[in-house]
Design a protein around this ligand. Structure first.
Ligand SMILES: *Cc1c(COP(=O)(O)O)cnc(C)c1O
Length: 228
């Protein structure tokens, strides 16, 4: 817990430094702690340290952990992984924000999964910054129609874009493209000004390129345990 608090503080300082270096106000950034592979107890420890935004990338692990942690006032779960359409209800039930909307069928499934009276679900459109379709995310050429499709669904609110930096390219250049894709989405959905980008290795570059939501795992949680 002492180590966790120290790592959290150190990362927050680095975030603030990167924001100031980019002429940005650190308070405009949301730092999401990615807790995948770690037990629910880690989420509770983070919560006790003031963390209110946590991220998970596997639906089953996410649903189990969210149920284990239960209701903690103000805690927001971000789903950042690939989602299957037949798991849309489970994702929707536990997530406050879905970062990984990458196809119209998933948008339809998430919309159809809304229970009566359930709040509107915040979604980000995940963009593939590589040429490899296996890496997840919508191809940039399909982004505008996806934005228009999702924006028309009554129970989803398109908030912006999300991406993971390619392995074989400098992150700064890739995040610069993402910034342009964010503008593509804003032309369709004017209020969609979130950019989810930046992980342990590249959050400073993401901040310089306008990221609003950082998804940081191992720099805060320590190394991920082996999956048992
Ligand atoms: C695991 C993961 C992260 C966090 O990765 P770290 O390198 O541990 O910071 C961010 N985004 C996604 C989509 C992830 O799967």
């Amino acid at each position: 817990m002492v180590d966790l608090a120290a790592r959290l503080e150190e990362v927050d300082e680095r975030i603030a430094d990167a924001a100031r270096a980019a002429g940005r106000d650190p308070s405009g950034l949301t730092r999401i702690v990615v807790t995948k592979f770690h037990p629910a107890a880690l989420v509770e420890q983070l919560y006790a340290l003031g963390v209110r935004d946590v991220g998970e990338n596997r639906q089953q692990e996410f649903s189990r952990k969210a149920a284990e942690v239960g209701d903690l006032a103000g805690l927001r779960w971000h789903f950042i992984g690939q989602a299957q359409t037949n798991k849309a209800r489970a994702v929707r039930a536990a997530a406050g924000v879905v970062h990984s909307l990458d196809r119209t069928r998933l948008a339809d499934a998430l919309d159809a999964a809304a229970e009566p009276g359930e709040p509107v679900l915040d979604v980000l459109l995940q963009v593939n910054l590589t040429d490899d379709p296996g890496r997840g995310g919508v191809a940039p050429a399909e982004l505008e129609p996806l934005a228009a499709h999702a924006a028309a669904l009554p129970t989803l609110r398109v908030r912006g874009v999300m991406a993971v930096a390619p392995l074989d390219e400098a992150p700064a250049a890739a995040f610069e493209r993402l910034h342009g894709y964010a503008q593509t989405v804003r032309a369709v959905v004017p209020g969609a000004d979130w950019i989810s980008a930046g992980m342990t290795a590249d959050f400073a570059e993401a901040i310089a390129a306008g990221a609003t939501h950082l998804r940081i795992g191992s720099a805060i949680t320590g190394p991920r345990p082996e999956r048992g």
